[in-house]
Design a protein around this ligand. Structure first.
Ligand SMILES: [Zn+2]
Ligand SMILES: [Zn+2]
Length: 265
């Protein structure tokens, strides 16, 4: 998978991107799609080349499809991309989300550390706190990544664009106290208990250097690198042992992709 395009996405930007991707840049040509091209919110541009079709929305989402030559299939691919984009961009109101989502957004907007810090009347309808706390962590992390202020509108845009996040939160999203600092953490809470994001950022290898783990590909694989110079850390990549505040913890690959940092209890 390739990263999205940095907005503002222009026709020229998508053309250049397709030229860089093509085997032979002279084969690049725009695929004109009247509806998609003229939709100012969810539309964008599409270019075909000898390697396939690049479709990009003005908001920065992008797909690289392997379809070459077949004009009808290319048209269908653009239609489908545009339909999904319109779904993600649809307006979502606060009364259309669940009580867990409303509580998480309330804590987010008020800058509270957790949903438990909300005034009683704003959380009394909640069937349980941990799933609302999990949502709060995910929303806060996503907003930080896209460098957006923690407003209700921004949170609703994130939820509209992600059906999984908008559904009634599953048990997998329930937060638990970090075993090292008691702040809220996501992930496994039994046996190998995952630490919070903040503690995870303090993980060090046996040479006392900060390390961060990542997947080696979209399909998994694990590598740890030193945070200061991005060189691989062979020790942590090999045995997963890290130290956080002098406690022995472990870092490795999640079963479903991603990386965990945990404390064995
Ligand atoms: Zn912690
Ligand atoms: Zn190291």
């Amino acid at each position: 998978m390739k990263p999205p395009i940095e907005p503002p996405v222009t026709r020229d930007k998508v053309r250049e991107l397709t030229k860089r991707w093509a085997y032979e840049p002279s084969t690049v040509g725009e695929y004109l799609h009247e509806g998609f091209n003229s939709d100012p919110v969810s539309g964008g541009f599409a270019f075909s080349c000898d390697r396939g079709l690049v479709i990009a929305s003005t908001g920065g989402s992008c797909i690289w499809s392997g379809i070459t030559g077949d004009v009808a299939a290319q048209h269908d691919a653009i239609d489908e991309f545009w339909r999904k984009q319109r779904h993600k961009d649809r307006p979502l109101a606060i009364d259309q989300v669940s009580v867990w989502h409303r509580a998480a957004i309330g804590a987010l907007v008020q800058g509270l550390p957790s949903v438990a810090d909300l005034p009683e009347h704003e959380r009394e309808a909640l069937p349980d706190l941990p799933r609302a706390e999990g949502l709060l962590i995910v929303l806060r992390g996503t907003l930080r990544r896209v460098e957006s202020a923690p407003t209700e509108a921004a949170a609703l845009r994130i939820l509209a664009a992600d059906d999984w996040l908008l559904n009634t939160p599953s048990e997998a999203l329930a937060a638990h106290p970090c075993p090292l600092c008691q702040r809220l953490a996501l992930g496994s809470s039994v046996g190998r208990v995952e630490v919070c994001d903040r503690c995870a950022r303090h993980a060090r290898c046996c040479d006392n250097r900060l390390v961060a783990g990542s997947n080696t590909s979209l399909f998994g694989g694990f590598i740890a690198v030193h945070v200061d110079d991005k060189t691989p850390c062979d020790q942590v990549t090999r045995n997963g042992i890290v130290y956080i505040d002098n406690k022995v913890c472990c870092m490795g690959e999640e079963r479903i992709g991603g990386v965990y940092v945990a404390y064995e209890t």
